[in-house]
Each structure stands twice: as C-alpha cells, then as structure tokens.
Design a protein around this ligand. Structure first.
Ligand SMILES: C[S@@+](CC[C@H](N)C(=O)[O-])C[C@H]1O[C@@H](n2cnc3c(N)ncnc32)[C@H](O)[C@@H]1O
Length: 304
C-alpha cells in the first residue's frame, strides 16, 4: 500500500516539468551572485571540511558552482542535479567563459564529468552532472557534506522539503539561497500592485509543479521544521535590488516582469484587464529608466 504522502510525491514526480528558459537562468546569475548573503562564506571560514563534497539540487546551468569559485569556496567534488538537460548542457560553455582570464580551466572528460583546475597546478576538483529529478536523489544526499538548493525552495512541494530535512544526517550543512519570500516592492507604486502580487503568490503555489509547490511559505516551513529537528538555523536577507538605469538592467527587469505576467495571463482567476493595464504601466516605467524594485529573498543556512 502506498501512503498518501508517497502518492503525492509520486504524482509530483510524474507531472509535467516546470522548465526555466536558459536566457532567464543566465540573466539572473549576476544578481544572485551580487545579492547572496555572507552566510555561506562565514560558515566556510569556520569549518572548511564541511565543503569538500557538495551536492547542488536543481542546479540549472551551474550558477552555484561559479558562485563558490568566485567566493573562493574550495571544494573537492560537486554533483549538479537537474531534470532539464538543456540547462545542464550549458554548464560547460558558461563555466568556460566565466573562468576565462581567471587562471583556471575546466576540462571536459565526458558530457557528465568535468575537472576544474588552476592553470599550472595538477590537482583537480571533480564535477559531475546528473540529469534526473531531485526527488530521486534523496537517498544520496548523505554522501555529501553540503547540500545546496538555490532559487529552489518556493518551487518545491512541502513534502519534499520535509523529507529532505528528515532524511539528512547529523553534521551536514544545508544552504537554501535566494528563497523568494513573497514580497515585491515597486518604488513607483500602482493601484494594482497589491492585487497582482497576491495573484502571483497564489499562482506560485498552485501552478508551479502542478499544485504542490509551497511558494513563499517555504521559509516558514523550513524554519519550523528545522526548529522541530533542533537544527541550527540562520537566515539573512538576499533580496534583489533592481533598477532600470541601463540597457542590461532594463532587459532584466523586462524579463522579471514577464515571469509575473506570463503565468498570470494563463491562469483562470486573474483579471486580465487589470493585468494588462498593470503590465503596460510597469513596462513604460522600465523603458523610461524609472522602474526600481526590490524582490524579497532570504538565504537560509542550516547546520544539522
Ligand atoms: C529557478 S531555477 C534555479 C536554477 C539554479 N539553482 C540557479 O540558481 O540558477 C530552478 C531549477 O530547478 C530545476 N528543477 C525544478 N524542479 C526540479 C526537480 N524536481 N528535479 C530536478 N530539477 C528541478 C529547474 O530545471 C531549474 O533549473
């Protein structure tokens, strides 16, 4: 007999995958890099041994690995897992161009195995890519010292988060970075901001991953479950602060606006007249270079 929890997990496992465009994943990297808090680096300074073996769940094209490299967080091996092969396929090209001129190189041994090394130094770091659903990876998390989930917490189902926190062994580090907290603040407000944000947060819970995503409540869930398990729980702000002063920031804000507009346009409950009027005004502000927004995120570091 399969229990209700198990049934929900299985249903989630076989539903249509929530795909992210490569252009969005690439565009957001510089903002995630800039706004992640110091939580991870501070922990690294305290105990480097808990960074030898890292698993990055929902890795996209490897942005977290490049973040670690940029912050001089040295690991021995990293496993990147994502169910979207198009994002994993971009790992090599993006990492190769990121390392250009930094004195490091990335060697491709096979489509799933890579070595990262300092030029002129023999010692290498092993990187492996795995194209699978992270639900199937819970049985291997304890082979790693650090479990990372970046920009993931809100799109995961409650059950997965609970299972992860239940299954993890003692003396591990879990790092949930860039967790959306449900708040978006526009410097020039519009009468529909509150309505659109409410609909967006509802949509995050219902549409992402077929109705099982926890949405902005993920932070509360992770905090409460960590307390229950008596884990050490730390939280810091990692909100994006976006302006529209140049072409690149305008481009990113337009993309972000689309991440709100597109799912709401498809749902059955959002008022489409309000939505398109709201979008028109926001777009005008971006084009005019007047749009400033804060997208609420938190970083969470858990020591088990
Ligand atoms: C918002 S993106 C974040 C990507 C990456 N962590 C980053 O910070 O750039 C969410 C990622 O999770 C992946 N993903 C979502 N659900 C997944 C699942 N059940 N199994 C594997 N990957 C998943 C998506 O394909 C996507 O790459």
């Amino acid at each position: 007999m399969v229990g209700r929890e198990q049934q929900e997990i299985l249903k989630w496992c076989y539903m249509e995958q929530d795909k992210f465009s490569l252009s969005w994943i690439k565009a957001r990297e510089q903002y995630d890099l800039k706004y992640r808090s110091n939580l991870l680096k501070e922990q690294y300074k305290k105990d480097r041994s808990s960074f030898d073996r890292i698993i990055d769940l929902g890795s996209g094209n490897g942005s977290f690995l490049r973040y670690c490299h940029c912050k001089k967080i040295i690991f021995k091996e990293m496993l990147l897992i994502d169910y979207d092969s198009k994002l994993l396929r971009d790992f090599y090209a993006s990492t190769y161009s990121y390392l250009n001129g930094k004195g490091y190189s990335i060697l491709k041994e096979s489509p799933t195995k890579y070595k990262l090394k300092k030029i002129d130094i023999i010692k290498t770091k092993n990187i492996q890519l795995m194209n699978t659903d992270i639900l199937k990876s819970l049985n291997i998390i304890n082979n790693y010292d650090l479990i990372s989930l970046s920009a993931m917490s809100d799109i995961l189902p409650t059950l997965f988060i609970k299972k992860l926190l239940n299954k993890v062994d003692k003396n591990k580090v879990i790092y949930f970075s860039i967790c959306f907290d449900g708040n978006i603040k526009w410097a020039s407000s519009h009468k529909y901001d509150k309505y659109i944000l409410t609909m967006f947060n509802k949509n995050q819970e219902t549409n992402k991953s077929s109705g099982y995503a926890v949405g902005a409540k993920s932070i509360k869930l992770i905090r409460e479950h960590s307390m229950k398990k008596k884990y050490n729980f730390q939280i810091e702000d990692s909100s994006w602060q976006l302006n529209s002063y140049n072409e690149s920031s305008k481009y990113f804000q337009k993309m972000y606006l689309d991440t709100i507009y597109k799912p709401l346009k498809k749902d059955d409950i959002t008022d489409k007249d309000m939505l398109s009027e709201w979008r028109k005004v926001k777009l005008k502000d971006i084009v005019a270079g007047k749009s400033k927004i804060v997208v609420g995120h938190k970083d969470i570091l858990i020591l088990t």
